[in-house]
Design a protein around this ligand. Structure first.
Ligand SMILES: Cc1ncc(COP(=O)(O)O)c(C=O)c1O
Length: 363
């Protein structure tokens, strides 16, 4: 048994000295925020690394979603997935829109494009799918529906930095993608996030919204917010960005190792990766029943290993904040999915140990 608990994730962090070196520059300049040089550098370097046109760095992924809704001036119903983190839905509600849940595909765990059209009403203004666990959605099918019904598409790409489709970053699909740089993500700034769009006007508008709605003449021309990332967070992002390729390769290696060791176990299923390339940032396992999941969860905890039921419960079941409507597939998957520990500092022996514990659990 490991002497220290193994949690589902740990942040990937650059060596402290490299972060401190960047902080010295902040102390010297005295610039802590307001689109400072490190934020600008992070936006530029990250765009280059991902091969995208631009990145608008903000305080977190939730505000990135809200800013995307604001920038597209959406008012009405937004079709989204219930198999997500509550932030997808709270962002829609905070912007005065109404979430409408579309069920998911049982294999990819992403929104089911064949079920979107039946939910479209005269009040529908947009679709907000999530690239669940970094697994790209069927962006072509969603694009066809959006064009046919004149709807906007915002991707919740909180998990998806590093995922690609047709050789291109998944962040450049849809009208706007909102991503997260939270501590648990492949690349992190502690708390942080960003908006990505290939539309130049929207890009400029997002920058204004991030800065209280000010334009360059200091006139207020939008309903803005304070979405500015600080230099302290950007410094962490820049330090961590140097290790981005290593972190991605490491997660892919451990993902494949788990898969190799677990795929012959009867009663276990895995997320189908059908579209593009994922970033391997989570390792979800699908059990035959919730009871099997609970048995494995218990066995792992007894051995100092703490996986996470993620996403659970299905968001449509939060009855206190949403009018309940049953979503069979999402509720079923949410009851049977468990994410195993997967992070940069995790020892390979620990991956093997966890896989062995699962193989030895009586299901
Ligand atoms: C699917 C999804 N959307 C949005 C968010 C919100 O991101 P943040 O925590 O950076 O606000 C998260 C957070 O993990 C998430 O998992």
């Amino acid at each position: 048994m490991p002497d220290k608990p193994i949690y589902v994730t740990q942040p990937s962090l650059a060596p402290l000295e490299e972060y401190v070196e960047l902080l010295k520059g902040v102390w010297n300049s005295g610039i802590l925020t307001h689109n400072g040089p490190l934020v600008q550098q992070l936006e530029k370097d990250l765009a280059t690394k991902l091969g995208i046109q631009n990145f608008v760095a903000v305080t977190n992924g939730t505000i990135a979603l809200q800013m995307a809704i604001k920038a597209l001036e959406l008012k009405g119903e937004i079709i989204t997935t219930p198999f997500t983190w509550i932030a997808t839905v709270s962002a829609i509600k905070w912007e005065g829109c109404t979430p409408v849940f579309c069920d998911i595909e049982p294999d990819t765990f992403n929104i089911d494009p064949t079920k979107i059209e039946e939910l479209i009403t005269e009040n529908t203004v947009a679709i907000m799918p999530v690239h669940v666990f970094g697994n790209p959605c069927d962006v072509d099918a969603i694009d066809v529906i959006a064009k046919k019904h004149n709807l906007k598409v915002i991707y919740d790409a909180a998990h998806a930095i590093g995922s690609t489709y047709k050789g291109k970053s998944i962040l450049e699909f849809g009208d706007i993608s909102a991503t997260s740089l939270h501590a648990t993500k492949l690349l992190n700034t502690g708390e942080g996030g960003g908006c990505v769009t290939t539309n130049k006007e929207l890009h400029e508008k997002l920058k204004r919204i991030r800065f209280f709605g000010h334009n360059e003449d200091k006139d207020v021309v939008e309903d803005g917010c304070n979405g500015k990332m600080t230099e302290i967070h950007a410094a962490l992002g820049l330090a961590n960005l140097k290790y981005y390729d290593a972190v991605l390769a490491d997660r892919k290696y451990k993902y494949n190792l788990y898969k190799e060791k677990l795929q012959s176990v009867e009663g276990l299923g895995f997320q189908s990766l059908k579209i593009g390339k994922p970033n391997y940032s989570y390792f979800p396992v699908l059990f035959r029943s919730e009871q099997d999941l609970l048995s494995v969860d218990e066995h792992l905890k007894q051995n100092n290993v703490y996986p996470r039921r993620y996403f659970w419960p299905s968001v449509n079941t939060y009855k206190r904040i949403l009018e309940y409507e049953r979503k069979d597939v999402s509720e079923d998957i949410a009851s049977r999915v468990l994410c195993l520990p997967l992070f940069y500092k995790e020892a390979v022996e620990d991956v093997l140990f966890i896989a062995e514990l699962i193989r030895n659990t009586k299901l």
